[in-house]
Ligand binder design. Sequence first.
Ligand code: FES
Length: 318
Amino acid sequence: MSTTPFQVQVADVRADALDVMSLELRAIGGAQLPPFEPGAHLDLHLPNGLIRQYSLTNDWRERDRYVIGVARVPDSRGGSTFVHSSVRAGAQLTIRGPINNFALDPRAERFLFIAGGIGITPIMAMTRWCVANGKPWRLIYAARSRQRAAFYEELCALARDSAQFHFDDESGQVLDVAAAIAGLQDGERIYCCGPTPLMDAVKTLTEHLPPDTVHFEYFSVPDSDEPKESTAFKVRLERSGAAFEIPEGKSILEVLEENGIEHPFSCREGLCGTCLTNVLSGEPDHRDYVLTDAERASGKMMTICCSRSKSPQLVLDL
Ligand code: FES
């Protein structure tokens, strides 16, 4: 991963579906871009100061371009609205990455992909990998309507038999997730990305499966998440020797910033993994959406933008 932001040029802008546009990004001067794996995203540093994450949709073997899909979100906090209204071919944008918090496990025997709406974007890159590597896969893709289903034609051309589409307006109801995933096969690994109700339903229906069978990619904090208690704790930075009290209502990241310590961040909500930090001692209270269950259980790293501490003190590798 490239940790330093760099400039790319918008080589092409296409309307992919109703309210969905795709941007093709190329290196300035035509150089190769840093490699990526299916499931990876870019941080897009928008000229209006916002940093937003967008999944790479194209073939991971392509080194000359990145393709991202951006949906216009009605209650956008400024990211998607800005991209739709202001980004045109020829523009230069600053990106960081690629970063992969939703990595496809190549050892899995077969894959079930479940996508809702713009959640199809990381899964597009995954289906391309499966086709190229001869891996059995199936896709359940739900959208409000056929017109709003990004990459619909491309998916039909890629492997129509592997894709099951559901359009709310045509069926008169939202996807029945339980029925859709009823035929789960042995050895099938699930990757799910979409709106919170879809991901919550998949999570509930797959709770009995072994850990690391089901993987989720969150684009926003689930509405269903209740605000959690936030008590004070101490943080010591092993390398600098600095120590801070993290008060109730403030994150570790905010306290570090207040004290002039710069640390990479992007979403500040536990969604992107940019602020991940190694933990040397203490027990993190994980509140992110990027770590796997095994990573959480190990207690060896945490997102300092939102996660807190269960122990009175944490020692971080900073
Ligand atoms: S800044 Fe995105 S997870 Fe912390």
